[in-house]
Design a protein around this ligand. Sequence first.
Ligand SMILES: Cc1cc2nc3c(=O)[nH]c(=O)nc-3n(C[C@H](O)[C@H](O)[C@H](O)COP(=O)(O)O)c2cc1C
Length: 398
Amino acid sequence: MSLANRHILLGVTGGIAAYKAAELARLLVKAGARVQVVMTRSAGEFIGAMTFQAITGKETRSDLFDSAHEAAMGHIELARWADLVIIAPATANFIALMARGSANDLLSTLCLATAAPVVVAPAMNRQMWSDPATQANIETLQEHGRLILGPAAGEQACGDVGPGRMLEPADIFDAVNGMFTSGALAGVRALVTAGPTREAIDPVRFIGNRSSGKMGFAIAQALEEQGAEVTLVAGPSQLPTPSGVTRIDVEAALEMHNAVMQIAADCDLFVATAAVADYRPETVASSKIKKTAESQEMRLVRNPDILADVAALASGPFTVGFAAETDNVVAYADEKRQRKCIDMIAANDVSSQSGGGFDSDENALHVLWEGGQQELPMTGKLRLARQLVELISQKIHA
Ligand SMILES: Cc1cc2nc3c(=O)[nH]c(=O)nc-3n(C[C@H](O)[C@H](O)[C@H](O)COP(=O)(O)O)c2cc1C
């Protein structure tokens, strides 16, 4: 895992160190990242948009009210596009804007609208840095989960000596690069299944289920964030492929079984979140079944059990299953874990009163393993996925 193909939004604000952001952009581009620069109006007083455009190959953006861009990749798309936002240099003014959640230009709006991590590299006169207002703003940003890189101390452009210099571009680059390479699962080959399956009845009909794939896609993303090499075998789903994840699309349970069994033996971790049909029609009509008979019978046959087959592999991967249950959730899940000889199971209450589960953006899990269990309370699926991945990572390393 590396910066290659990562979407980096580089925000440049109006300080003298703005010229150094060009070198940072160059280092990121050289590492294979896709870099989009967004400048504040003041940054334009210090460095030309054309410099960044030449380095990144992308038009530098700065206007929030830009009808041409809003019709194409508008501010929200840009915020979603980013895997990481770096503000370098970050002026005292911009840090204050961020701390109070202002959104009065393109860059500050993006910082609010993105779900990506935001890294801030302050750069200012030492007096501005030590001012209690700036210090309080920095504390606020940290509380909000923003990562503050630097500043360094030393000679400043204004002649002062002290803290406030922006970290050197190479140091910022190293820190950012480390975020993508030193995950707890670096080197781990992970295989994730997600989404529903479709069991064909005839060319136009199928037996499906209500799985959206959101949980599995979030787990694939969370694993990738931790440095794992992730392959996602997905049933029919419109969800976008998480950045850096290799996706294999399948329809029916048998196809999913084939795809998984081809790769599983070479993997270190298998997370089965897909809602795989237990049964499929014994025969698939070759043309559309007509509405003539008063009643129809359909014989169903068992599909192979993907999770159990992977768990049965000699020296197979660490296996994590999901159990979607509507009652006796924990007891059924633990029984399933033991019967299928899987290492860990995440029980998922999909009853109507649970508020999570299929197609919801939120979920809660009860995770069980041999000799232990942990409750992961209701939260957004990506957040939950990151918590589950943390647990998996602990167990794998144990
Ligand atoms: C020559 C000059 C250099 C400046 N350097 C800095 C600086 O290094 N850091 C800083 O926080 N502000 C600096 N400022 C002040 C900012 O440019 C000013 O606060 C501006 O409003 C910042 O806008 P922005 O945060 O939207 O980019 C400087 C101003 C001037 C005129």
